[in-house]
Every structure is written in structure tokens, then in C-alpha cells.
Design a protein around this ligand. Structure first.
Ligand SMILES: [Zn+2]
Length: 647
């Protein structure tokens, strides 16, 4: 998102209520904390706590390490500047630039959003990393926010230069500058994550007081007033308020969560009507995560129907091959993909962040591999792809424009929405590799890692170089023989999966899109080898059979078109609005000549480098080098290819 002004928001954001994400580690037992509320619609599978999963060496671990370094470079006191100022306390350090303070973005009212994301990211890292620094940072920031709240007469903590004014305007129906509720959602979510992932009890206290402030401000509004207030982007306010209900058991927060459900989006979705054309994408996705969350707590079938329908509409009809959606941050008609291919502002990374949170929530309700397949696709090709392997900085848009390049934020002068979600993305790779129910362990992703299943006293170590190697190995460790069902995902992209247990052929699965189930008594040291052969294939741009992306297994390949005109560091930019206006250079991307289904046959794998290919058969006899899109950085690339018969 980039904070839409009120007038712009009104054009696009006919929305309801939503928020972005389900706590990863619910049911945190904290001294003095109320017992978690029982769920009306319990999830069929649950994720593991991030602290029970450790990543092994590989691209995801490297991305996490870069994120760790970046988070520790930032100064919490600079992020807290505006919060202290508004509480009548002297700031301890100067404010950061970009969206946090600079004039270019003053009208979007995102001051303080980064502190919220930063608190979420440090909380996630406190569970997923072994470094003690993150827990200390969480404690420091929560302590500071608590002090700011004490200085506030109302319970509100914020960093807006005009304090509560825009929020008060939003409930009065007066003109609102920017997206104040969007920014507030990040602060709510940061406190939620500090409680859930870092076990910080004070964070819950501050969050409850903040929720009480929101209750006082909004509970008396009529439906019409709420609809008007919820027109601009407001993040996942409905989700985080539902979380507060779960944490406290106090029904008033559930009432408030429902009030923050934007009926203008909910009503068509629950009727199975896709009215998304032209809407601001990242305004809608978090609302739907909130619908799903409230369904979990209430069992309301309308909310489940709406969230499942939205997922199918967006993921199956509106997404590009790497899993991203939108152009210029907005949904466009699904029959107009070709008209948007030349844009440098396709696929806002925040949208993928939120779609993955929604996907994960829906998977927990109904553990179908259709969700896990999308999760894998978008995780490698959009999220992993979004980080600069040199600087650790992250993308805003991921352009489909032929011959364009990835642009990244700067460390301290951007602070975009995608900088914030980017801080979180690389801190939680361990949260969706495995899931469990009372008798099963789901292996969804082939990422080197170790998971500790405390209830079963079982540890499973996954060793793999996937996708460089088309196989994975799982080693069971347990104090005693233990029965459970090991459910290994048979990905949609793989025709035949072969599973050996302790060196003996166990299963040959030819049914992709399901789980291979190994239900047995597992002994310490049991070894499961899984072969997942990958192939080259094409995937059409929706509605355009003569425009295709190339994939190898789940990995989207990009053509390499050189680094001309890109100086070191020149692709780190402060202003996301200049995407497409900078570093332009005509790039001649050739069409491929032949029948589409012959395209993969023209491609040879490198004998020297994994996941490197050479494609022939382009016009004028040209050849193109292909590598995973996730590995492209500081280089011009192409994702979609025109394919036509020679004339
Ligand atoms: Zn964004």
C-alpha cells in the first residue's frame, strides 16, 4: 500500500473490515493472562511455534540472516520519536526519513507504521532466531510504548504529527488525511506479535488499553458511519481486534472486530460475487484475513464463504506466475492481463505477504494442497525474490515490464509499507514448513529445517538442497517408538513422487495435489527419502495462450538481460513512486518462434550450474539465459514470453 489520500481512497477502497493474519502461536500461557477463548470453528491443523522450527543452510536461512542484520542496524529510539513527542516525552533520537517524516508522504499519515512492523519483526525473530537481541528490543519498545500510553490521557499511542486528529475526523465523517487506521493496525499488530511470539505480557496490557481507546472512539457509530470510516485502507483492524477477544475472552472486542468488518466488501463476497475490479488490492486482502479469523472464533459461515471465495478469485484468476497480484496497487479485470504486462508497478509485495497469511489461515481450516501449492509458489518466487541478496533491502513492486529490474528500498530513507512487511517476511519462513493435528505431521515445504513436535516428543530433521536438488530427506528422532502419520505434500508440479523408508520403496504417488500418507510406528533414526522430479513447462498469462511464463518445478524462471546502466547501489531508491520512471533503458526482449508446447523442449540445463538454463529458438536466432526469478538481482530480466509460429 502507499497511503492513499482520502479522495483517492474513496475511488478504490469500497471495502469492509479486515486485517492481516492469524497469530502463529496462539494459546500462549502467560502468568496472569486469561485463558484463551475456545474456538467455535477450530482449525483442523495448527502450525508449529516459530521457536520449534529452525532453518538449515539454504536461501531462506540466508534471507533471514540478512533481515536479522538489518533489524539490528535500526535504532528503536528513532522509530519511537513521534510516539514520545505525542505523549509529551522528549524524543531520544531524531526521526527517520521516508514515509516516517518526509514531506513527499506527509499526506498519507503513515508516521509510526514502521515501529509496528519493526515490533512484529523483532517479535518473530525472537522466536525464529537464536540471538537474544530481539527479545531485548521487544522488551524495550513495549516498555517505551507503555510509557507513552501512560502519558496519553486516552490510551491512544501514535506518531501522527497531528496526534489523534485524523482518527477523530474518521469517526465524525469529516475529511480524513491519509490512512490513519491502516497505520494504527500496524501498532496493534506489533503489540499482538510481541505478546504471541515473544511472550511479552506487558504488550498485551498496552494492546488492551489501545483496544479500549478504539472501543470508546467507535462503538457508538451507526452502520452507515462505520461504512464511511472504513472506506480508506485500514489494514487488518478486524483481525487484530478478534485476536484481543481471544486473548481476553471479553466479548466487547469481538463486537468491535465485527464492527470493523467492511460490509461493502463482505456483502458481495459472501454472495459469491467478484466485484474486485478497480479496487485497491492491499486494502482488501487484510480485511478478508479478518473475516477468516472471526469465522474461526464464531463459526459464522458467511465469513468463511467470503474468505474462501475471495481466495479463489484472487489467487486462481488474478495472479501472475510468481504469485503476485495488482497493477499500480489495484485489481484489474482478469481478461486484461496483457494490457498490464508492460507496467513497472505490477505485483506489490505487500499483497503477496497478505495473500500468504490468508492462504495459511485457510489451509489451517481445510488442509488442502491447493493452498500449500500456492504458498510454495509465492514464497519462492515473490517473497524470497523480494530481497536484495547484497543489501538485504526489499522490493515494493515486482515489475512484469520486459527488461526492467528489481528496485529496493534504502535502509533509512524509504520505510515503505513493503519495507515493513519485508522486515516480517524474512523473519517467519519457519512458520509454514510443517503443520500438525493430533495424529499427523504435514510436510508442506521442502526447506532444510528441524521441527520439534513437543506433544509427541518427536523431532524431524529435513535435509535438502531443494530446489537445486529434486529431493528431500526426513530423519525422525524420538525418545521411543511413536505412531503418527507423516503426510508429505505431493506438489501439483510433480508427476510422480517416490518415497523410500529406511532404503525400501514405500510409496510411488502419481496423484499430484494430495498428501502421501505414511501412517506407522516411527523409530528413532528412521529415514524417509523423497524424490520430487522437476520438469520445465510453460504457464499462460491468464487468457493469453501466446504469452507464457517458464517454470521448473515450482520455480519461475526469468531471462537475464544484463546490468547495463545499473550502478552499484543505484537500484536502492527512496521514492517508490518513481518505479518505472528510473533506470529505464530500451531492452529488446525477443519473441520465441514455435508452438507453445514446444518451448520447453528448446531449453537446455547447464551442466555446470544448478537451475541455470539456455533457451534457443528465439527470433533472429537469439538465445536467452534463464535462472530462477528469485535469484535475479541488479540485473534486467524478463518473466513472460511472446510465443508465435514462424511466418
Ligand atoms: Zn507495500
Amino acid at each position: 500500500m502507499w497511503g492513499l489520500g482520502a479522495s483517492t481512497a474513496a475511488l478504490f477502497a469500497r471495502s469492509a473490515t479486515g486485517r492481516a493474519g492469524v497469530p502463529h502461536e496462539k494459546a500462549v500461557a502467560l502468568d496472569g493472562a486469561p485463558a484463551p477463548k475456545r474456538h467455535a470453528a477450530p482449525e483442523r491443523v495448527t502450525p508449529f511455534s516459530l521457536s520449534d522450527v529452525r532453518l538449515g543452510d539454504g536461501p531462506f536461512r540466508r534471507a533471514q540472516s540478512l533481515d536479522e542484520q538489518y533489524l539490528l542496524q535500526l535504532d528503536p529510539d528513532r522509530l519511537l520519536h513521534g510516539f514520545r513527542a505525542n505523549a509529551g516525552l522528549a524524543p531520544k533520537a531524531p526521526v527517520y526519513g521516508g514515509w516516517e517524516s518526509e514531506a513527499t508522504w506527509t499526506d498519507i499519515r503513515c508516521q509510526g507504521h514502521t515501529l509496528g512492523h519493526y515490533l512484529s519483526a523483532c517479535s518473530l525473530m525472537s522466536a525464529s532466531s537464536d540471538r537474544p537481541d530481539f527479545r531485548q528490543r521487544v522488551e524495550y519498545i513495549v516498555g517505551e510504548l507503555s510509557a507513552c500510553q501512560e502519558g496519553s490521557r486516552t490510551g491512544l499511542i501514535c506518531a501522527f504529527p497531528d496526534g489523534a486528529l485524523q482518527l477523530e475526523n474518521s469517526v465524525k465523517g469529516a475529511k480524513v488525511q491519509g490512512v490513519p487506521w491502516y497505520t494504527m493496525h500496524k501498532i496493534f499488530a506489533g503489540l499482538r506479535d510481541a505478546y504471541v511470539h515473544a511472550g511479552n505480557a506487558l504488550a498485551l496490557q498496552v494492546l488492551v488499553k489501545l483496544s479500549d481507546w478504539a472501543w470508546e472512539l467507535t462503538h457508538g457509530l451507526s452502520d452507515a458511519q462505520l461504512d464511511r470510516m472504513l472506506e480508506p485502507e485500514h489494514g487488518g483492524m478486524n483481525e487484530v481486534l478478534a485476536d484481543v477477544f481471544e486473548f481476553t475472552g471479553d466479548e466487547k472486542y469481538l463486537t468491535l472486530a465485527r464492527k470493523f468488518c467492511h460490509r461493502a466488501l463482505l456483502a458481495p463476497l459472501s454472495r459469491g460475487s467478484d466485484a474486485l475490479d478497480g479496487l485497491h488490492a492491499n486494502t482488501q486482502i487484510p480485511k478478508v484475513i479478518g473475516f477468516k479469523r472471526i469465522h474461526e472464533l464464531t463459526g459464522d459461515p458467511e465469513l468463511l464463504r467470503a474468505s474462501q471465495f475471495f481466495w479463489r478469485s484472487v489467487v486462481l484468476r488474478r495472479s501472475f506466475a510468481i504469485g503476485g497480484v495488482s497493477d499500480g496497487e489495484h485489481f484489474f479485470p482478469p481478461d486484461q492481463f496483457a494490457a498490464h504486462l508492460g507496467s513497472a508497478k505490477t505485483m506489490e509485495t505487500c499483497c503477496t505477504y497478505n495473500l500468504l497469511r490468508l492462504t495459511r489461515a485457510l489451509f489451517q481450516h481445510a488442509p488442502s494442497s491447493i493452498y500449500a501449492d500456492y504458498y510454495e509458489r509465492a514464497l519462492y518466487n515473490s517473497i524470497l525474490a523480494s530481497q536484495d541478496p547484497a543489501s538485504g533491502m526489499v522490493t515494493y513492486f515486482q515489475a512484469t515490464r520486459p527488461g526492467y529490474l528489481k528496485l529496493y528500498c534504502t535502509p533509512t530513507r524509504s520505510f515503505w509499507c513493503c519495507t515493513g512487511t519485508g522486515m516480517e517476511n524474512h523473519a517467519k519462513y519457519g512458520d509454514s514448513v510443517y503443520f500438525r493435528d493430533t495424529s499427523s505431521l504435514y510436510v508442506n515445504l521442502f526447506i532444510p529445517s528441524v521441527v520439534t513436535w513437543r506433544e509427541k516428543k518427536v523431532t524431524v530433521r529435513q535435509m535438502t538442497r531443494f530446489p537445486e536438488s529434486a529431493a528431500t530427506q526426513l530423519v525422525i528422532d524420538a525418545s521411543q517408538p511413536t505412531r503418527f502419520s507423516l503426510k508429505i505434500r505431493h506438489p501439483r508440479w510433480c508427476d510422480e513422487v517416490v518415497v523410500d523408508v529406511n532404503g525400501r520403496r514405500s510409496v510411488v504417488s502419481r496423484s499430484s495435489g494430495r498428501y502421501i500418507e505414511l501412517n506407522r510406528v516411527w523409530h528413532p533414526g528412521d529415514v524417509v527419502n523423497v524424490r520430487l522430479p522437476m520438469q520445465l513447462y510453460t504457464e499462460e498469462l491468464p487468457g493469453h495462450p501466446d504469452v507464457v511464463a517458464l517454470l521448473y518445478g515450482p520455480i519461475v524462471l526469468a531471462g537475464k538481460f544484463g546490468s547495463e546502466g545499473i550502478e552499484a547501489g543505484g537500484d536502492l531508491i527512496a521514492n517508490e513512486r518513481t518505479y518505472g520512471d528510473v533506470l529505464n533503458r530500451p531492452v529488446d526482449v525477443p519473441a520465441w518462434r514455435g508452438r507453445p508446447h514446444d518451448f520447453p523442449k528448446s531449453i537446455l540445463a547447464s551442466s555446470e550450474k544448478p537451475l541455470a538454463f539456455q533457451a534457443r529458438g528465439f527470433e533472429h536466432g537469439r538465445e536467452v539465459e534463464l535462472v530462477p526469478y528469485y535469484s535475479i538481482a541488479h540485473e534486467r530480466y524478463n518473466l513472460y514470453w511472446s510465443v508465435s509460429e514462424p511466418t
